[in-house]
Write a protein that binds this ligand. Structure first.
Ligand SMILES: N[C@@H](CCC(=O)N[C@@H](CS)C(=O)NCC(=O)O)C(=O)O
Length: 225
């Protein structure tokens, strides 16, 4: 299997967590932002990564979007399961996944790049990195005002996730689900922002635990130990 990705994308991390959880061996192809469109548009009709190419006879050739990748992996390799056996719980997991994908993953992107262009500039002050950050800010309309709104959405999200993680090790019931993997991936960029690390230790403990369960290297800002 081949995963087309940006190495730093949190949505690609989400796909890698599922591949790792199911112990599926795969290779990655790191696309160059900007040029990625030339490869992806003809393949999927979309411009986003992750994209999974199963590369096995008899299987679908291309799967775009992290949620579709989860669905494909669950049917390709049902054990260990990512989908919950209880239908109502799986439906709740799907809703949490969709909310995290559509609202919180983008909010994280806003807060993260806003930080990297300002207080977090020293993380990588090279011209290449700072130009890339400026391009991303322009592409998504990241400004002081939009980053502030994103921050508020993230606070609501962390409060809800923490409430659930305080009751159980899992967001829903007593089993790992697509919601846990999605939260762990899409909030992981916040680990590089000291204020979040200080304020929400439980969030980063859970992100770490889920990465270890999925045998995925820890995100920048979270130490082994
Ligand atoms: N809903 C998509 C979102 C993926 C996404 O936003 N990917 C970003 C990287 S983090 C991307 O490929 N951006 C490039 C573009 O939009 O051209 C998914 O879950 O796969």
């Amino acid at each position: 299997m081949l995963l087309l990705q940006f190495s730093t994308s949190h949505y690609c991390r989400k796909a890698r967590l599922a591949l790792g959880y199911k112990k599926i061996s795969y290779q990655v192809s790191n696309l160059t932002p900007g040029l990625h469109i030339l490869k992806l548009k003809p393949l999927t009709g979309l411009t986003t990564v992750p994209v999974l190419l199963p590369q096995e006879p008899g299987l679908v050739e291309v799967i775009a979007d992290s949620t579709n990748i989860f669905k494909f992996l669950e049917s390709y390799c049902p054990k260990p399961a990512l989908f919950l056996p209880n239908k109502a719980q799986q439906s709740e997991a799907n809703m949490l996944e969709d909310w995290l994908d559509e609202s919180i993953g983008t909010a994280t992107r806003f807060v993260y790049y806003h930080f990297r262009a300002r207080e977090g500039k020293s993380i990588d002050p090279t011209v290449f990195s700072q130009v890339l950050i400026q391009v991303v800010q322009k592409q998504y309309g990241i400004t002081d005002a939009t980053a502030e709104l994103a921050k508020q959405r993230i606070e609501i999200a962390i409060a809800e996730l923490s409430r659930r993680w305080e009751q159980s090790n899992y967001l829903i019931g007593e089993l790992l689900s697509v919601a846990d993997l999605t939260a762990a991936a899409l909030l992981s960029p916040l680990a590089l922002i000291p204020a979040y690390q200080q304020q929400y230790p439980l969030l980063f403990e859970q992100i770490k635990r889920i990465h270890l369960v999925c045998a995925e290297p820890l995100p920048p800002g979270i130490a082994i130990g």
